[in-house]
Design a protein around this ligand. Structure first.
Ligand SMILES: Nc1ncnc2c1ncn2[C@@H]1O[C@H](COP(=O)(O)OP(=O)(O)O)[C@@H](O)[C@H]1O
Ligand SMILES: [Mg+2]
Length: 253
């Protein structure tokens, strides 16, 4: 098997929240440029694992993260928990899209432009170019090009989720964390998000939490199954035989 360049390496990672051990002894490589699916039952620790990668667990008072997390960038290896990368830079490189679309209470255009101008110092024209590119990449441009000044909360759920994805893409991230990105949506919108993610495959490193076996069989390169806060199963390169995995994924749980 070819050796893959890792983007993240985790060794012996554990997380405690509210005095409880949620993740324990996690050893994991997340290869660059591939789609890693994180699967497992509700409460297994999938969201907590994603939050390890962008240090979001620290938003919870009293959270503790131990072990070794390394992010392999062009400029070298950095350890986000050792202060080798600022939090804004980490959050830019490691973009996250949540289960429920979290649009900002402002216009569609500003949802994308505001973080660029206030956090990243983009000028107005530069930001507008980035808005358009991101909306095109998120396959939303044609639907909103004539109403960029409209409040983003007037969009449908599926459109809001694509806007959140566009906001993340505008930051030019290295990796996209997607936490059940389609699970709050109706069937057709969910299908749209899944197709969109397929179009991003290969262009970004994707880490996707999903319950969709069929979706995973279609999109995943690697699959990690968590159970009770530990890695229960790990399969590399299902792309070699997707048809077989469509029936076989259930056995991993
Ligand atoms: N902020 C928190 N404080 C305390 N416990 C939490 C917190 N977030 C999640 N948990 C607990 O951690 C466990 C794993 O949660 P989570 O990572 O959200 O699982 P999953 O995404 O697989 O459903 C659950 O038992 C959940 O109740
Ligand atoms: Mg979750």
């Amino acid at each position: 098997m070819e050796t893959l360049t890792p983007l993240f390496t985790l060794r012996g990672v554990g997380v405690s929240l509210g005095g409880r051990r949620i993740l324990d002894g996690i050893d994991l490589d997340i290869p660059k440029g591939r789609a890693t699916f994180v699967m497992g039952r509700s409460g297994a620790g999938k969201t907590t694992l994603l939050r390890v990668l962008n240090r979001l667990n620290e938003c919870f008072p009293g959270s503790e993260t131990c072990g070794d997390v390394r992010l392999h960038l062009e400029r070298g290896v950095v350890r986000p928990y050792a202060g080798e990368l600022s939090l804004p830079e980490l959050r830019r490189l490691v973009g996250m899209v949540f289960q429920h679309p979290n649009v900002l209470p402002m216009s569609i255009g500003k949802n994308i432009a505001m973080p660029l101008t206030t956090v990243h110092g983009f000028g107005r024209d530069e930001a507008m170019d980035a808005v358009r590119m991101a909306l095109e990449e998120a396959q939303l441009w044609d639907e909103v090009r004539d109403r960029l000044d409209t409040d983003a909360r007037t969009l449908s759920g599926g459109q809001q989720q694509r806007l959140c994805l566009a906001r993340t893409l505008a930051m030019r991230p290295e990796v996209l964390l997607l936490d059940e990105p389609a699970s709050s949506l109706d069937f057709m919108s969910a299908k749209g998000i899944e197709e969109l993610l397929e179009s991003l495959r290969g262009r970004y490193t994707l880490v996707v939490v999903s319950h969709g076996l069929e979706f995973a069989a279609r999109l995943a390169d690697d699959i990690v199954v968590l159970r009770d806060g530990r890695v229960h199963n790990r399969v590399r390169d299902i792309s070699e035989n997707r048809a077989a995995w469509l029936d076989g994924l259930e056995t991993l749980f």
